[in-house]
Structure formats: C-alpha cells, structure tokens
Design a protein. Structure first.
Length: 460
C-alpha cells in the first residue's frame, strides 16, 4: 500500500503541470492503440468523405461562372429538298427574264429567245444536310445563387469538420475506457494472486496447527472453499478479459497476440487546475451553429431563383456548305432569364430550409443545457473520485492491519480460521474497492477531458 501512496503523491506533484506534460503521463501503448483506432474508425472516414463532397459542391458553385463550350455535329436526310413556293419561283424567273431582255434590248412583251438560258432556283435546304458547329454559354450573373452556394458549402464544411472532431474524441474516449477496463481486470487479478498467496500461507499454518492439535479438519475445508471462490472470481475475470481484448481488436484492428500481451497499469489520473477550470465552446455547439449558417445561405439560394440571370451565348458554324440561305454563319448574344413564377416552388423550399435552421437552433439550446449538466457532473465525479481513493487507501490499511492481527491470533490459538478468512476476504475486498476507485477516478477525469474537448492531449 505504500507504493500506492507514493503514486498519489507523485501525481499530486503533476497537478500543476501543463497539458503537454499531462499527455506524457498516458501510457504510450494506449496512444498507439488510439492512433490505430482513429485510422480504422468508419465514422471518421465517412465524415472525411462528406467533407470532400462539400468541397466538390463548392468547386461546382465556383465553376458556374466558367464558360461552357460544346462542339456539335449532325447529319440529316430530308424526305425532299425544301424549295420556294412555285408561284414565288415563277415570279423570280419572270423577273430574271425581264432583266435579261432589258440588257439585250428586247421589248419586255416579246418572248425570250429559247437559246438564252435562265438560272435554276436553288432549294432553300438540300435533302442531305451535314452540319458542325461550336456553341458557348457563359453565365456572368447568377442572381447571387452561386455566391450563396459558395458560402453555404463553406459553413457546411466547417460543420462537418466539427462532426469529424466529435467522432474523433468519441473514438479516443472509447479506446481509453476499454483500455482502463482491461487495466482494472489486470489489477483485480493481482489482488486475487495476493489473496491466493495469503491463503496458501494460512493453509500451511492450519496444517501445522492441525498436527499440534490447535486446529480441526474443518479449517482445511474452509480454506479449500475460499480457494474455490478465488478460482471462480479468477475465471470470471478471464471471461471479461477476453471480451475486452476482443473489443480492442475490433476498435483498433491490432493483431490478437499484441492485444493479449497487454498488461496495462491502473493508477489515478490527476488534471491540472488549468484544465479543470478551462471554459471553451463545445465542439457540438460549434457544429450546430455552422449548420444554422449553412441553412441560412441555402434559404437565400432559394429566394435568389427569382432574381434575373444574365448569360452570354455564342454560336459558330464550322462548316457552311449545307447551311440554308436563312442560317447565319455565327452570332453572339447576351440574354437574361427571369423566373417570375414557378408555382411557389422556390418559396416553399426557402420556407422549409428556414424551418430546418430553426430545428438546429433548438438543438443548440438543448445541447448547451445537456453539455453544461454533463460537464458539471463530470467535474463533481472527478472531485469525488479523488476523495474516494483517499478513503479506500485508509480502508485497505485498516483491512490489512486487521488481517495481520487476526492471523497472529490464529497462529497463537486465540481465534479460529473463520475469522482469519473473513479478515482476508475483507482485505481482498478493500483492495478491489481501491482498484475500482482508481478506475472510476480515471473515468471521471477522461469524461471531464471529453466534455472540455481536450481528449486529444492523450494522443499528442
């Protein structure tokens, strides 16, 4: 028990140290397991993918203002060439003949000699059409829709980044808690071994006393029963140990032999006052606030659909052989599109987004209250844990002293083996309770770090 008091004294000296020094007090093996668990955690990977998706959405919003260029090619076969109206053709031919007569000095009412040819009137469009062209569409004003989309995705990315940090600290907490549970079992096994050693010693004393007529055969049976109880507890600890090892393997992906070779120590975890009294905005609140901002900009995006959009459009015919006499070779245009009424679709989307923002605002209030309560509870449990350790140390000292006294009395024939075994059980229970107090104090310290978003110091 003196070693336990030395640990408490040493950790008390560490009380006022800074965070980097505090991180050095964590088991290096635990840090390695946390790194592996972070690399393996699916929630963290999913959040990373969502962040990348949001970044792509923002890039798409920026690219709204990039010109869109397309090349077109087509071949068309008509059932017949498109020609002018027959009457219009006669009018054109008559006009051409009048012009020829005027040039040749032939009276306009005289017939045109048959040896003088007239032009054939070409069709407006041939029967076979082969076309190729290039088009450009360039948005120069999106009605602020793209600008709002860029801002919305920035806040959404921040919200997802905070969500990733939440998943990160959840992973650290789960691994640390599981590791401490394993350490509690290791400490409990040591208590059982110490009790087994004392039980063997008492068995030797009982056999010696039996030879000298100072004990009875029933004393040996009671010792055997006590040993059987120890074996039952040891088997139960082994079962729990296998379950915890399996959980660590699932969390970290570490090899089974490595996990089975772990023998973590269980000792108190004292935090500096700078950490206990530190006040910061919780990650959960920051994530929800960013989500509200993203929803506000999404609402503006919906309303911006009623603002005119302006774009430049250009067209150029790469081949002009099959163009009709009415088709232009190229053109450039600037136009505006104004959505005046869409059946109130954009308006309804804006209202829905506004309600989603209000939901997040309610979650902020709710989460803040819950986090404040959880933080206060963690701090109280931490303080109680320190007092509990001190009390259990005293209980262990008392139980050991009682056991030593009763053991001497039994050796001198002043008491029976039942009282010795009872004192041994009490000492064993006190040691169990001390290890449990260590574990609960560590859990409270880790919970306090978790609530203050400082669990990452374990992994630094």
């Amino acid at each position: 028990m003196k070693d336990g008091k030395k640990i408490i004294l040493l950790l008390t000296i560490l009380w006022s140290w800074s965070q980097p020094v505090l991180s050095q007090s964590f088991d290096p093996i635990l840090k390695k397991l946390i790194v592996k668990a972070i690399d393996k955690n699916h929630d963290i990977k999913i959040d990373e993918y969502k962040i990348k998706q949001t970044q792509i959405d923002r890039q798409k919003a920026y690219k709204t203002f990039l010109p869109h260029l397309s090349l077109n090619a087509s071949y068309t076969h008509l059932n017949d060439a498109i020609i002018l109206d027959p009457q219009l053709q006669l009018l054109l031919l008559g006009t051409e003949k009048l012009l020829i007569k005027e040039q040749l000095g032939i009276p306009f009412n005289a017939a045109l000699p048959p040896n003088i040819p007239v032009s054939d009137i070409p069709p407006i469009t041939n029967q076979n059409l082969l076309k190729s062209s290039a088009d450009i569409h360039w948005v120069i004003f999106s009605g602020f829709e793209a600008s709002y989309a860029i801002k919305a995705t920035k806040h959404k990315e921040k919200a997802l980044t905070y969500a990733k940090k939440i998943a990160l600290k959840n992973t650290i907490k789960e691994v640390a808690n599981t590791y401490d549970q394993l350490a509690l079992l290791e400490a409990s096994e040591k208590v059982l071994k110490a009790a087994q050693k004392q039980l063997n010693l008492q068995e030797k004393k009982a056999k010696s006393a039996l030879k000298n007529g100072l004990a009875i055969q029933l004393d040996l049976k009671r010792i055997a029963l006590a040993r059987q109880n120890l074996n039952i507890k040891r088997n139960d600890l082994q079962r729990q140990k296998v379950l915890l090892q399996t959980k660590l393997i699932q969390l970290t992906g570490e090899n089974t032999p490595v996990i089975k070779a772990l023998h973590p120590d269980l000792k108190p975890l004292l935090l500096p006052e700078s950490i206990i009294d530190k006040t910061i905005k919780p990650i959960e609140i920051s994530s929800l606030e960013e989500a509200v901002k993203a929803k506000n900009y999404q609402q503006k995006m919906s309303y911006s659909k009623y603002i005119p959009k302006i774009a430049i459009k250009g067209h150029y015919e790469l081949t002009d052989k099959d163009l009709s006499m009415l088709d232009p070779k190229w053109y450039v245009a600037i136009g505006a599109k104004w959505q005046l009424f869409d059946g109130l679709k954009a308006y309804d989307n804006a209202r829905k987004t506004k309600l989603e923002a209000k939901i997040y605002q309610e979650k902020i209030v709710q989460t803040r209250d819950l986090l404040n309560l959880a933080t206060k509870n963690a701090k109280l449990n931490y303080e109680i844990g320190l007092k509990e350790i001190d009390m259990q140390h005293q209980a262990v000292d008392l139980a050991k002293s009682t056991y030593d006294m009763v053991s001497k009395q039994y050796k001198n024939g002043l008491t029976d083996i039942t009282k010795v075994l009872t004192a041994l059980t009490n000492w064993q229970t006190a040691n169990f309770n001390l290890q449990k107090a260590y574990y609960q104090q560590r859990q409270a310290a880790i919970e306090l770090l978790y609530r203050k978003d400082l669990l990452d110091i374990i992994n630094n």
